[in-house]
Design a protein around this ligand. Structure first.
Ligand SMILES: [Zn+2]
Length: 178
C-alpha cells in the first residue's frame, strides 16, 4: 500500500468514517481490510428513499468493495490533502494543511479563520493600560494593525518609545495566540 493511501485511510479511521477490521487475502498476499461506517452507507442510500428500513435493505457490500489506490475519489482526496492551504505570513512559503509550524522559517501557524477574526478586533481587548490604548488607537485601531505595524512606526506616536512599543506589540501577539 502506498504511504499516501495509508495516510488517507488512517485519517478516515481516526475520523470514524472507516474502521480497520482484520486482514483480507489479496493477489499479492495479505492486506488490511477496512469497513465503511455503516451509518455513512445508510446515509448515502437514504438520499434516494424516504424509508430507512428500505435503505438498510438496499445496502450491499459490493457497493463498497471497490476501494483501491487507483480510485479517482481517493486521488482527489489525496491531492486536496497535499495542496497548500495557505502561505506563511512571515516568509510566504506554501504551507500544508493544518501545519503547526512553517517548515521554512519555523513561524508558528495559527488557523487563519480564527486569527483573521481576532485581527479585526479593536485594541480595547489588549491587556495594556487604557492610557496606552488611547495613544495608539487613532493610528492603530485594530489588533491586526498593531501586529502588522513595525516597532519604529509605533514609536512615531508621542510618548511611545522602546518599552511601550514593545509592550503593545507583545500584547497584540499574546491576544492572537490566545
Ligand atoms: Zn515561513
Amino acid at each position: 500500500m502506498s504511504p499516501n493511501l495509508k495516510l488517507a485511510l488512517d485519517i478516515l479511521c481516526y475520523s470514524g468514517m472507516v474502521s480497520q477490521l482484520g486482514t483480507v487475502k489479496i493477489a499479492s498476499g495479505t492486506g488490511p481490510r477496512y469497513m465503511i461506517n455503516l451509518a455513512l452507507m445508510a446515509t448515502e442510500k437514504a438520499f434516494d428513499t424516504s424509508k430507512t428500513a428500505d435503505a438498510i435493505s438496499r445496502l450491499s457490500v459490493t457497493d463498497y468493495r471497490e476501494f483501491s489506490s487507483s480510485d479517482s475519489q481517493i486521488q482527489t482526496y489525496l491531492s486536496s490533502l497535499l495542496l497548500p492551504s495557505e502561505t506563511c505570513s512571515i516568509c510566504s512559503a506554501p504551507l500544508p494543511q493544518n501545519a503547526k509550524f512553517c517548515s521554512e522559517c519555523g513561524n508558528k501557524i495559527i488557523a487563519t479563520s480564527i486569527v483573521s477574526t481576532l485581527l479585526e478586533e479593536s485594541i480595547d481587548g489588549l491587556s495594556v493600560s487604557d492610557r496606552l490604548k488611547d495613544r495608539v488607537r487613532p493610528k492603530f485601531p485594530t489588533v491586526g494593525s498593531i501586529v502588522q505595524a513595525k516597532r519604529n512606526e509605533l514609536m512615531k506616536i508621542p510618548y511611545i518609545k522602546d518599552v511601550r512599543s514593545r509592550i503593545i506589540k507583545n500584547a497584540a501577539d499574546e491576544f492572537i495566540s490566545g
